[in-house]
Design a protein around this ligand. Structure first.
Ligand SMILES: Cc1cc2nc3c(=O)[nH]c(=O)nc-3n(C[C@H](O)[C@H](O)[C@H](O)COP(=O)(O)OP(=O)(O)OC[C@H]3O[C@@H](n4cnc5c(N)ncnc54)[C@H](O)[C@@H]3O)c2cc1C
Length: 462
């Protein structure tokens, strides 16, 4: 089989690559290989009754399949260069923002119309945060919600399915550079060839990506890992912030160690969920747009970034070891009341049941101080007290902390200003490149390479 373009991975990066390629040239032959299932067949077996916690499926339905890791996410498309990745370092700030707005317009025209765009521009919370040693980052955020995000993905698939060859449940085993030009993609004991190849394998494909880079001698550099907890509290405590901003990205510099602790992925009236990355279970969160599917709680992560210096290079391995420790002690994610943590005692089922906050995730009550390094835990506790000044009640005893939350960053693949590796025609985009860490940046990177490829192919045929 021969294609003009093969895309590996059907997450936002892969989907927006395919979409934009067809906008630019509808005659292109395109194949998408995806390790997971089509959207409608993606089902996590946790039903809360028979199966209560993660059973570590071979291919995680939350992380893999059409829509990628973003399919059941909160669908928060942050339009900003301040966080979510460093795409701008490759393509420039103005181009990155323009592409994020373009992605937003496509989401709106595929089922997202009517959803709200929140913005920090001119907000009074900026001053309130600064008065309390907190820094509120600038952003616009489109909140699709898990429900509308799913609808948008469905519409995008309907538009693509007859024009693109989708191979679901088909992980690509390896990738070869052909003599002359082009690439060979090996899967299920067979192969397909293409002129251009876009690799968009996300976080779940990080180990595979490392192998490919090693084999093809594509330089990489080790990245950081973010460690922390997911906080869950009554939604009213944060409602003055979330009603206006939806997601507030707030950074706090700790007094003790001068580390930065930041809020991440805020989900008003949402759910805390398990995330399975390569068999390691960590905490995450999402929320629905529809009021009928909302909870009385808000959740967000508090994370501390760890960068390592020589001789240690395996930052993800460090994060994995800590997550494994929590999995070893709790069989998965551990939950602890803030009051129990500061009193130096574990939480128990009874203490959680007696508390005011009803957990939205069935996690194991335990002691996070046995899992998280002191420096990180101290930073998180300091930040909870700082947040209590702008959102009184954050530091209540019954506030729940789920651990651990880890943001694994793919090692950064060496790519140029066209997101192209040292091989002409081999592009690495989205979270798999280590350059993006979000829906909007990953999607924007897909549009960017699609335009570059379409322009190049058009020039060649002239
Ligand atoms: C629970 C959750 C909530 C989130 N919420 C948000 C949010 O609200 N806002 C936000 O900006 N970000 C959010 N994120 C992060 C966001 O989902 C990712 O940044 C985004 O999906 C990255 O897109 P991507 O296309 O680069 O990779 P992915 O979405 O990870 O897609 C990669 C795809 O490649 C496939 N793949 C991997 N290896 C192979 C292989 N060898 N062969 C074939 N296919 C392969 C995978 O199965 C996967 O489907 C969330 C993530 C999770 C898990």
């Amino acid at each position: 089989m021969n294609y003009d373009v093969i895309i590996i991975g059907a997450g936002p990066g892969g989907i927006f690559s395919a979409y934009e390629l067809l906008q630019k040239d509808s005659s292109l032959s395109i194949a998408v290989f995806e390790a997971g299932s089509p959207l409608e067949k993606r089902r996590c077996p946790i039903d809360g009754k028979k199966i209560k916690t993660c059973i570590k499926c071979k291919t995680c339905a939350i992380m893999s399949g059409f829509g990628g890791a973003g399919a059941f996410s909160d669908g928060k498309y942050n339009i900003t260069n301040d966080f979510g990745g460093t795409l701008y370092e490759h393509i420039g700030k103005a181009a990155a923002l323009e592409l994020m707005h373009y992605v937003d317009s496509i989401n709106l025209s595929h089922g997202g119309e009517g959803t709200k765009l929140y913005s920090t521009a001119g907000t009074r919370f900026k001053k309130l945060c600064l008065q309390n040693k907190l820094n509120l980052l600038n952003a616009s955020v489109r909140h699709l919600g898990t429900d509308v995000n799913y609808v948008v993905l469905g519409h995008l698939y309907d538009e693509l399915k007859d024009r693109v060859n989708f191979f679901f449940n088909t992980p690509v085993d390896s990738l070869d550079v052909l003599n002359g030009s082009g690439f060979r993609v090996h899967y299920k004991d067979t192969f397909a060839d293409c002129r251009k190849c876009i690799v968009s394998v996300g976080r779940s494909g990080s180990k595979w990506m490392e192998q490919v880079c090693r084999r093809l001698d594509i330089p990489t550099k080790s990245n950081r890992v973010d460690l922390g907890v997911r906080v869950e509290l009554p939604a009213v405590i944060f409602s003055h912030l979330t009603d206006e901003l939806y997601e507030s990205k707030i950074v706090y510099r700790t007094e003790k160690f001068e580390d930065n602790v930041r809020t991440f992925c805020m989900n008003p009236n949402g759910f805390v969920v398990n995330e399975n990355t390569n068999g390691i279970v960590t905490a995450n969160g999402h929320s629905y747009d529809s009021p009928s599917m909302q909870t009385e709680n808000t959740n967000f992560a508090l994370l501390v970034s760890k960068h390592f210096s020589d001789p240690f290079k395996d930052s993800n391995g460090y994060g994995e070891s800590i997550a494994r420790l929590s999995n070893m002690l709790g069989g998965g994610v551990i939950v602890q009341r803030f009051g129990d943590l500061v009193r130096g005692r574990r939480s128990t089922v009874t203490r959680i049941e007696e508390g005011l906050v009803r957990p939205t995730l069935a996690a194991t009550p335990g002691d996070l101080s046995l899992v998280l390094p002191k420096r990180i835990l101290d930073g998180i506790i300091e930040m909870i007290y700082a947040l209590d000044k702008i959102a009184p009640g954050t530091a209540n005893d019954d506030t729940l902390l789920y651990g651990v939350e880890v943001k694994f960053y793919n090692m950064e693949v060496e790519i140029d200003e066209n997101l192209q590796t040292r091989y002409d025609g081999l592009y690495v985009i989205g979270d798999g490149s280590g350059v993006t860490h979000s829906l909007s940046h990953a999607s924007a990177s897909g549009v960017y390479v699609a335009r570059h490829i379409a322009d190049g192919l058009a020039r060649r045929s002239e």
